[in-house]
Design a protein around this ligand. Structure first.
Ligand code: ADP
Length: 168
């Protein structure tokens, strides 16, 4: 089941919520700032451990941490591509964010996962193209497994909500 809501992902009680992080994993603005603020320092402590072990997270990849004080069980941090005109592999990197996040959720026995609209804030990815990739990638992944039974797209702005609502 795939659903869309307009809201704040820090309030969602899914097994895993996804963060649109940056390669340093040390926090930033947008949804990243909101998740660290609401979840408390346990999330940053886990991120620092991962950074010390593997040097951060590459664009298109994902790592998993505690969700600290959030109602979710885990935060999956993935790094979206910065929009650079569309000729820098942005589309396959964005699809990889969704696929690798779902794969980590699967590995950690999560049954429900909530996504923000990765890359469509500070990173400037055109919203309609990003929404199409998100929905297509999630649909394809869900069709290949039966553990994850709920994917929620949490849209912070009305434009994204309308786009996802139309696609779904
Ligand atoms: P990126 O750097 O990947 O673009 P941003 O955090 O700037 O990441 O934006 C990604 C998306 O997250 C944007 O659509 C933005 O509106 C949205 N966003 C910002 N705060 C929240 C929040 N609390 N919950 C859900 N989505 C949010």
């Amino acid at each position: 089941m795939i659903e869309v809501i307009k809201g704040d992902i820090t309030t969602i009680a899914a097994d895993a919520i996804v963060n649109a992080a940056n390669t340093s994993l040390l926090g930033g603005g947008g949804v990243d700032g909101a998740i660290h603020r609401a979840g408390g320092k346990a999330i940053l402590e886990d991120c620092i451990k991962i950074k010390n072990k593997q040097g951060g997270c590459k664009v298109g990849e994902a790592v998993i941490t505690t969700a600290g004080n959030l109602p979710a069980k885990y935060v999956i941090h993935t790094v979206g591509p910065k929009w650079n005109g569309g000729q820098s592999n942005e589309a396959s990197l964005l699809a990889a964010c969704y696929r690798n996040s779902l794969f980590l959720a699967l590995k950690n026995d999560a049954k429900s996962i909530a996504f923000p609209n990765i890359s469509t804030g500070i990173y400037g990815y055109p919203k309609e193209a990003a929404a199409t990739i998100a929905v297509d990638t999630v649909r394809e992944f869900l069709g290949r497994q039966d553990q994850i039974d709920k994917v929620l797209f949490v849209c912070f702005d009305k434009e994204n909500f309308m786009l996802y609502d139309k696609l779904l």
